[in-house]
Ligand binder design. Structure first.
Ligand code: PEP
Ligand code: MG
Length: 592
């Protein structure tokens, strides 16, 4: 049989092999055109418009119900708001009368009417109302898609067949809304290994490759493709033999994963019995169960911003925070959960906190900076965290702290919230431990001062590498420079672990470096005592630790610190440990 296969190369961001048909997503913009109709045509258009509204309504209703079932009421509200917009009689009447008056096609009329509304909303001062404008646009795209019969991104939750999604981009919330039963792989043109889309894909346990450049225009809709999330490849048009050989490979991998899962009940100890705590990074509260299944000893990073993104357009209030964190804390018992306060901004934008457009959002009003600007939003979250502390072992962690003054400002707000709760006699835990992410280079450099003021550190290597090496973590053109084992990174990690050790603080790493055996081994050698990662990475890291001695890990780190380039350190690791640079069926290793 003729085989015209082609291999496209990108970056593997979530391991696993997927074999299936491609669903190629068009870009979110829908092309619009104006048609002049005869009088009968106008009536047909009105009927067509009404049908499209019904179709969009059914989609939104199903989406709302599914999200309510899988993620809870709070998340379902975003679709509730959109249903209300869709049912607005003015919108229907104005569109129908424009179709009749000007005898134009439904797409054009609807687009014109919606445009009037969104322009009005865009100029309103009230951020909540402005946000409504975004909702209207979202509903409009859905209705236009229903009119033109095209596949919309949001319909990804409604798939009925298994597909590998091939797309130019996928926003974090699109990724979070995927139907996990039918999306068996993700192939994305843009994005880097630690972009938030990649993180979500890995959290959902869907094999994914990013940075494929023009895959979405090369792959034909419905074409057979094979995606390998470990090596970062997408094979299009494979022949029968290739498919059979990849199937066999996939089965071998599944068997290996099963073997690793048997380690679940075993402790993560080195050969001399030194214990390393292995924790889970999660984005959605219901992932606590997954974390437990993979043997996590608690949650080392709960990225709370996904609560905000899923709740959009509304900001979560104190009760939303409390409810989500309480469920999380109770679900994790007897273990602890580290709740990271809001880390929006950067590539995770949120229209309910409108700020002026930033030229460099990643260096802009992000994370703790955004919280200190919008103190009332920060306080609602802090109150929720403290109150959830009464139901489990809760810790709070501040992202993107850059130095002592900023930390003290945040601590002043935290202290005020604590006093306020005490005065109100609300049940809460006043002793919720406070930690900070070390992910801004300045924080790593002044770690000894910061160590005096907090209970723990967690190094966010994803951002630390981005900022130290000056490479956008979401830009595939510079991803070859994303070198976790760069001497500058290792030196900073060492500085942080030494500062923490002097004060007896635990140091975790919750960036991707913790999830890859080669770099995790280095981190242990550098003095890191806890590793937090996406749950599915835990068994392999545990297996590595159980075959390691602290002595060899420390020697490896010492030798590495004396070397002058990432390449030399990579070579050292390969030589000393004889672990291939690309995990054999496991997680993709550090590049460079
Ligand atoms: C990090 O920066 O390493 C981290 C864990 O946080 P995030 O990936 O959410 O920025
Ligand atoms: Mg970070």
């Amino acid at each position: 049989m003729e085989s015209a296969s082609e291999t496209l190369r990108g970056t593997g961001v979530s391991p696993g092999i997927a074999i299936g048909r491609a669903l190629v997503l068009e870009s979110s913009s829908i092309s619009l055109f104006r048609l002049d109709l005869d009088p009968d045509g106008a009536e047909r258009e009105v009927t067509r418009f009404q049908r499209a509204i019904k179709r969009a309504w059914r989609q939104l209703r199903d989406l709302r119900d599914r999200v309510r079932r899988e993620a809870g009421e709070a998340y379902a509200r975003v679709f509730e708001a959109q249903i209300l917009i869709l049912r607005d009689r003015h919108l229907h009447r104005e569109t129908a009368s424009l179709i009749r008056r000007e005898r134009v096609n439904a797409e054009w009329a609807f687009h014109t009417v919606v445009g009037r509304y969104t322009r009005v909303f865009a100029h309103l001062g009230d951020p909540d109302l402005r946000e409504r404008g975004t909702d209207i646009e979202d509903v409009a795209v859905r209705v236009l898609a229903a009119l033109t019969g095209s596949v919309r991104r949001h319909d990804l939750s409604e798939l009925t067949d298994d597909v590998i999604v091939v797309s130019s981009e996928l926003s974090p919330s699109d990724a979070a809304g995927l139907n996990r039963d039918h999306v068996i792989g993700l192939a994305i043109d843009g994005g880097g290994p630690t972009s938030h889309t990649a993180i979500i894909a890995s959290a959902l346990d869907i094999p994914a490759v990013t940075g494929l450049r023009d895959a979405s225009s090369r792959v034909r809709p419905g074409e057979m493709v094979i995606l390998d999330g470990a090596s970062g490849t997408l094979l299009r048009g494979p022949g029968e033999e290739e498919i059979a050989s990849w199937r066999a490979r996939r089965n071998r991998q599944a068997q290996r994963e099963l073997d690793l899962m048997l380690l679940r009940e075993q402790p993560a100890v080195t050969l001399e019995g030194v214990r390393i705590r292995l924790l889970a990074n999660i984005e959605l509260p219901d992932e606590v169960a997954t974390a437990r299944r993979y043997g996590a000893e608690g949650v080392g990073l709960y990225r709370s911003e996904f609560l905000y993104l899923r709740q959009a357009p509304r900001l979560p209030d104190e009760e939303d925070h409390y409810g989500a964190y309480r469920a999380l804390a109770e679900g994790a018992l007897p273990h602890a959960v580290v709740i990271r306060t809001l880390d929006l901004g950067g590539e995770k934008r949120f229209a309910a906190l409108p700020e002026r457009r930033e030229t460099n959002p990643v260096l802009g009003l992000r994370a703790i900076r955004l919280c200190l600007r919008h103190e009332e939003v920060f306080r609602a979250q802090l109150r929720g965290i403290f109150r959830a502390g009464a139901h489990g072992k809760v810790r709070m962690m501040l992202p993107m702290v850059s130095g002592l003054t900023e930390l003290r400002r945040a601590k002043a707000v935290i202290g005020a919230v604590r006093d306020e709760l005490a005065r109100e006699r609300v049940p809460f835990d006043p002793d919720v431990p406070l930690g900070i992410m070390i992910e801004v280079p300045s924080a790593a450099l002044v770690a000894e001062h910061l160590a005096d003021e907090v209970d723990f550190f967690s190094i966010g290597t994803n951002d630390l590498i981005q900022y130290v090496l000056a490479i956008d973590r979401g830009n595939e053109d510079v991803s070859y420079l994303y070198q976790p084992l760069h001497p500058a990174i290792l030196a900073l990690v060492r500085r942080v672990t030494e500062a923490a050790a002097r004060r007896g603080l635990p140091v975790a790493v919750c960036g991707e470096m913790a999830a890859r055996p080669r770099s995790a081994m280095m981190l242990i050698g550098l003095g890191v005592t806890e590793l937090s990662m996406s749950p599915s990475a835990i068994p392999e890291i545990k297996q590595m630790i159980r075959g390691l001695t602290m002595r060899e890990a420390r020697e490896l780190a010492e030798e590495a610190l004396a070397l002058d380039s990432a390449e030399a350190i990579e070579e050292l690791v390969s030589r000393r440990l004889a672990v291939p640079a690309v995990g054999s069926g496991g997680r993709r290793e550090a590049e460079g």
